[in-house]
Design a protein around this ligand. Structure first.
Ligand code: FE2
Length: 297
């Protein structure tokens, strides 16, 4: 099986996921968005049977991008009408899927080989997706059974596999066959403002990446609080966080936060802390945070 064929197979799988989302959202099968996907699907099945050329594949890639935008637009319009209650599209516990690569496995050659891309995407990223699903399901089970004896273990798994899944999803899209050069004016201006120049930014980013201890990531981030860019290292990536998430409610359990009053009775501090929570603030953060929407995977 060649990589073009595999790519088409993945797009087919992605199309099925989109259909599931529409179904879950209660979208009527007579709506035009369904017909649009149906046409696309017929076209795809034919291509999977034939040995599609590179030109045809780039048409498919364009179609995937257009279709994705149409689906998003469809939901935005439905929401703006406000007459019907729309469930936000969300990934239910254990329902993460491997996103298709936005290009073929050999598309980044000679910089990254087809062999690496295949292994990295199909094996490594898939195992993060599987691990994240397992952790989410296990924690859902723990809530259901009121049994949190393994909460520490599953929280670690959630962080490790969740960060793996989210960061790889960012990583694939951060690359493109005709990449390189410099960013557009807005980002470039922001980079120059904070790092001094584009070359200094690249130097800082490369040095941070090379100096990551063991395994991990170099990550350019935006800080909504400082309102500037920053370069961070993530060793491994599972130190109990999931990158690509936004904190809404935080409880400080460092000793300085409770020891003078509660001594070593951290549990009592945690239980009492609930009486102080400002839910209005948490909700405001939630409303701001949910404005940021990435394609769900
Ligand atoms: Fe990786």
């Amino acid at each position: 099986m060649n990589s073009r064929h595999e790519y088409l197979e993945e797009v087919l799988k992605w199309k099925e996921d989109v259909l599931t989302v529409l179904k879950d959202e209660g979208v009527n099968e007579n709506e035009s968005i369904y017909l649009r996907i149906h046409d696309f699907s017929t076209q795809l099945s034919r291509l999977v049977e034939e040995d599609a050329s590179n030109e045809v594949l780039s048409v498919v890639q364009g179609e995937v991008a257009a279709l994705h935008e149409e689906v998003e637009q469809y939901f935005i319009e439905r929401q703006s009408h406000g007459s019907t209650f729309i469930n936000e599209t969300y990934v239910q516990p254990g329902k993460h899927v491997l996103p298709p690569l936005p290009y073929e496995y050999n598309a980044l050659e000679p910089y990254i080989s087809e062999e690496i891309m295949k292994l990295h995407h199909q094996k490594h990223h898939q195992s993060y997706v599987d691990g994240l699903n397992k952790a989410e399901i296990s924690l859902a089970q723990a809530r259901k059974n009121n049994d949190f004896s393994l909460v520490k273990h599953w929280s670690r798994e959630l962080a490790f596999h969740g960060s793996g899944h989210y960061l790889h999803t960012i990583f694939w899209n951060n690359m493109t066959p005709k990449g390189g050069g410099a960013p557009g004016r807005l980002l470039l201006r922001e980079i120059e403002k904070y790092f001094g120049s584009f070359d200094l930014f690249k130097k800082h980013f490369s040095e941070a990446a090379k100096a990551v201890e063991g395994v991990g990531w170099a990550i350019l981030v935006w800080s909504p609080r400082s309102r500037h860019l920053e370069i961070l290292q993530s060793e491994r990536h599972m130190i109990l966080t999931q990158w690509d998430t936004i904190p809404l409610l935080a409880l400080d359990v460092w000793e300085h936060a409770y020891y003078l009053q509660y001594k070593n009775n951290k549990a009592s501090y945690v239980d009492n802390w609930w009486n102080t929570v400002n839910w209005k603030d948490v909700e405001e953060r939630f409303l701001k945070a949910r404005q940021l929407k990435w394609k769900p995977f």
